[in-house]
Design a protein around this ligand. Structure first.
Ligand code: DCP
Ligand code: MG
Ligand code: MN
Length: 343
């Protein structure tokens, strides 16, 4: 039972609102940020709404949907279209969205390139306006089409099944798992997310494994480009991003690795399974209860600087991290199978 198979009675409405959301997402004003938030909330509400919406009043009665969104929903229901999309879809926004499809290009860079006169990917290739690209961005541009297409689930499985035995050859006690949209059962995946950890017992850790594994995957031409390597391979928690391919005739695919100490396995499973919206709501719930949740664990008693919430004045103590069940139980969230963890 995968995400896409969960029938949504108002899928066409969701699609149009999603399209409008993406257009606002590309803009910079506070108002646009607020609109993205509003549409996210409405889309979430619509996804779990069981029946076809009949009229404006019915839409307005759904928690999370306000007057203006209800009007838009009515327009989509009546005309099959949303005029607002046309108004928002200006040439600059389309170009900026396209530039942001280049790996490593954020909104600021996309705007800068537009201001420098770039309108197409060819303009970017020609470095129009004297723009400069980082190594990552060059790779992102070169494999633009590959990176921006999703792979069938079976291809993600093939890539994982190539990598797992190679990792186990390095250390047979490793736990190597495929996460992200694959674990949620999606029929297509944007990338391959792999979690590596090692049950303790003989005193050894997975330290050093990622470096060896990446070396081996490069040698076998499974990994073709690195996008971001850890600063040092000495830590137990490492993040890697790169490109890989199943075989020489396959497109390049994005691949991510995360390694964590075994005590953090539950928190890492929870984090890396997602989806990102589910994670955000869990973190919010944790914060409201006075806890703090990240990929390492659930913490209690973290004191933050009131004028800079990002600064921790105290590390707090870890109260759960080994299993997903334990973390969800403490948060008072009923158990949800991976395929149910969707926005
Ligand atoms: N994640 C998160 N917040 C982010 C990015 C990621 O919580 N900003 C977590 C939840 C994601 C998981 O990491 O499910 C993997 O990230 P991906 O970007 O690979 O997303 P998915 O695998 O869910 O989807 P896709 O098929 O697009 O890769
Ligand atoms: Mg993924
Ligand atoms: Mn990923």
């Amino acid at each position: 039972k995968a995400e896409e198979h969960t029938a949504c009675a108002n899928q066409d409405v969701v699609n149009k609102l999603q399209e409008l959301r993406e257009l606002h997402k590309a803009k910079l004003s506070k108002e646009d940020t607020w609109k993205v938030y509003t549409y996210d909330k409405a889309i979430r509400a619509l996804r779990s709404y069981p029946t076809r919406i009949r009229c404006y009043e019915e839409a307005l009665a759904i928690p999370g949907i306000g007057d203006k969104t209800a009007q838009k929903i009515t327009e989509i229901l009546q005309t099959g279209d949303l005029r607002r999309i046309g108004y928002e879809k200006t040439e600059d926004i389309e170009a900026i969205n396209m530039f942001q499809g280049i790996y490593g290009v954020g909104r600021q860079t996309a705007y800068k390139w537009y201001a420098n006169g770039c309108r197409t990917l060819d303009d970017v290739r020609a470095r129009k306006g004297g723009i400069k690209l980082s190594t990552c961005q060059e790779i992102g541009l070169k494999y633009y089409a590959d990176i921006n297409s999703r792979m069938p689930r079976s291809e993600a499985a093939d890539i994982y099944n190539l990598i797992r035995p190679i990792a186990l050859q390095i250390d047979s006690k490793l736990s190597v798992e495929i996460m992200g949209s694959y674990r949620r059962g999606k029929p297509d995946c944007g990338d391959v997310d792999i979690l590596i950890t090692r049950p303790t017992g003989d005193g050894k850790t997975h330290q050093g494994v990622l470096r060896k594994l990446l070396g081996e995957l490069h040698r076998r031409e499974i990994i073709t480009e690195d996008l971001s390597l850890p600063d040092t391979f000495d830590d137990l928690e490492l993040v890697y991003r790169g490109l890989c391919r199943r075989d020489l005739s396959s497109p390049r695919r994005r691949i991510d690795f995360l390694t964590v100490p075994y005590e953090s396995r539950g928190a890492a499973l929870l984090y890396y399974t997602g989806d990102d919206i589910f994670n955000r709501s869990l973190r919010l719930k944790a914060n409201k209860m006075g806890y703090s949740l990240n990929q390492r664990g659930l913490y209690q008693g973290i004191v933050r600087n009131p004028s800079n919430k990002l600064e921790k004045l105290n590390e707090g103590t870890i109260i759960a991290s080994e299993t997903e069940e334990e973390i969800l139980r403490i948060l008072g969230v009923p158990w949800q199978e991976p395929h149910e963890r969707i926005r």
